[in-house]
Design a protein around this ligand. Structure first.
Ligand code: C2E
Ligand code: CA
Ligand code: CA
Ligand code: CA
Length: 278
């Protein structure tokens, strides 16, 4: 229907087509996008495996580009990281998420928000100071948020990185290691890692019923997490079979399209209220 304002999803035909947004243009455009509030947030529930109640919502950024339609984060976060716009973007996303969370708290909803941070932003010198200041501005506490960090490059082998994780935990934040299993540096050192939660990458969950290599790795990842006394989240659960498999392995939390896709804040709020009343 031509009359309706319809949003088109920007889907490049290939990876290299993503460079249609040349990095140079992207820096300019992303700064403008933040000013013009084109970045918006969706929320995906994370459920407790045992009670099936909502524990948290992961905050996921999207870009409503005036010409290109909705751009998914995989197509702008990496460029933002390469071009040092990620900090500006990250703080803006956090502010928006905390504003939303403050509204939920005023309605007596107590789920946490899990927020993704680039290792680059995380490594900013005054990261935890700024984080605390923003929380205070909205009357929130450290344990209202889960800080999700991906094991980027060699970050996990750096003392600076691990000390920061430790520092955040001491301040009362929950810290999750995202995309667990993808990197190769972690597993050997895992016992020393100061995280609360491991999020098992969806590639291991989704191939878990195929008899593939991933199917063999998944139980090992869960075992490692348990041995380290860390809570586990299985992400990307799409089917009943995958759900049964991760539950049989004793995963603590479950996230995926099988239960819910990322959704707009009002829908998420509605779901949270409903879940709370159960
Ligand atoms: P992630 O942190 O691993 O987030 C989970 C991704 O898996 C999300 O993709 C989510 O929509 C998707 N997902 C959840 N359940 C399922 C499922 O059952 N099946 C499938 N196929 N996918 C599922 P999304 O929203 O496209 O985000 C992609 C990545 O972009 C995120 O991966 C994260 O690394 C990054 N990202 C998103 N928002 C932010 C942000 O605010 N800041 C930063 N630094 N990175 C972000
Ligand atoms: Ca994440
Ligand atoms: Ca992940
Ligand atoms: Ca990811």
């Amino acid at each position: 229907s031509l009359g309706k304002a319809r949003v088109e999803v920007f889907r490049p035909a290939s990876r290299s087509d993503a460079n249609l947004l040349s990095d140079l243009d992207l820096v300019v455009e992303l700064r403008r996008a933040v000013e013009r509030k084109e970045i918006f947030l969706q929320y995906q529930p994370i459920y407790r495996a045992d009670t099936r109640k909502i524990e948290s919502f992961e905050v996921l950024a999207r870009w409503r580009h005036p010409q290109r339609g909705i751009i998914p984060p995989d197509l702008f976060i990496p460029s933002a990281e390469r071009n040092h716009v990620i900090n500006l973007l990250g703080w803006s996303i956090l502010g928006d998420a905390l504003q939303e969370l403050a509204k939920w708290r005023s309605m007596k909803l107590n789920t946490t928000f899990a927020i993704n941070f680039s290792p680059l932003q995380f490594l900013e010198r005054d990261f935890s100071f700024k984080l605390n200041r923003l929380l205070a501005k909205f009357g929130l506490l450290p344990n209202d948020v889960v800080v999700e960090i991906t094991e980027g490059n060699l970050a996990l082998q750096s003392d600076q990185f691990l000390e920061k994780v430790d520092g955040l935990k001491r301040l009362g934040f929950l810290v999750a290691l995202d995309d667990f299993g993808v990197g190769n540096s972690t597993i050997a050192n895992l016992r020393d890692l100061p995280f609360d939660i491991l999020k098992i990458d969806k590639s291991y969950v989704q191939n878990s019923d195929s008899g593939s290599k991933a199917a063999a790795i998944l139980p090992a990842l869960v075992e490692i997490a348990k041995a380290s006394k860390l809570a586990t989240v299985a992400e990307g659960v799409e089917t009943q079979a995958q759900l049964e498999r991760v539950q049989a392995l004793g995963v603590d939390f479950i996230q995926g399209y099988f239960f819910a896709r990322p959704m707009d804040p009002d829908e998420a709020l509605f779901l949270a209220k409903e879940d709370c009343a159960l």
